[in-house]
Design a protein around this ligand. Sequence first.
Ligand code: PLP
Length: 282
Amino acid sequence: RTVYVNGEYLPETEASVSIFDRGFLFADAVYEVTSVLGGKLIDFDGHAVRLERSLNELGIESPISKEDLLEVHRNLVKENGIDEGLVYLQISRGADSDRDFVFPDTDKVKPTVVLFTQNKPGLAETVKPIKVISVEDIRWGRRDIKTVQLLYPSMGKMMAKAAGADDAWLVEDGFVTEGTSNNAYIVKGGKIITRALSNDILHGITRAAVLRFAREAQMEVEERNFTIEEAQEADEAFFTSASAFVMPVVEIDGVQLGDGQPGPVMTRLREIYLEESLKKAE
Ligand code: PLP
């Protein structure tokens, strides 16, 4: 696999970053994951805009233009022959000369840019009915910034796995915030319900697209909090993310939803999402 590090394309075995990189020492880094279908990038623009926002929020000066970023994405997809898969991008504040909590001067330390691809054949066809457990959301208060602080989400997935489930929905003050790596939804009487945007959740690129398509298709959308109990009594539940698109959730804390099969609203949204996103893939 060819990867990209700070302006260079290298075999993955030859790529490296400093042990003093603040991404490594402080999780002082942001990331994006863009899916690839038919060799084309899905919603690259959305990811580039959110990346800019994440960098801004942390005061990291963007080290690469949107145009150059698109070119690197495309080059890696081509070089690695990705038809269906993902492009992972990470930008850290950079490698300081030592370990220091204080941010280094921006004229001395330049951000570290890393990109690599992941080959995922069958990505568009894969619909896996997901079982989730609920776990307390104890992450930090700026979940709207897409940082690489993924230890707790990772632990949440491990707790789910240990419980015989696939993923965890995070709960704060009695309400579902989101999944460990996705946005959470329920469907009641045809209405799509999902938590409103705030600093409590990541502003999903797939979420934005799916809600737009749903409204365009005259489906009712309500952005509000919901509890695990309400979700367990819903007609359907699902999640969205750039790497899974729209995925059915069929069991929550051991309670099966409906007949335990992917529901019609989720199925329709997935179809519309894939169709519309592919039209403007680049
Ligand atoms: N919420 C969290 C915590 C995530 O990590 C992700 C994706 O990684 C999402 C939501 C979904 O966002 P997107 O649709 O942009 O992939």
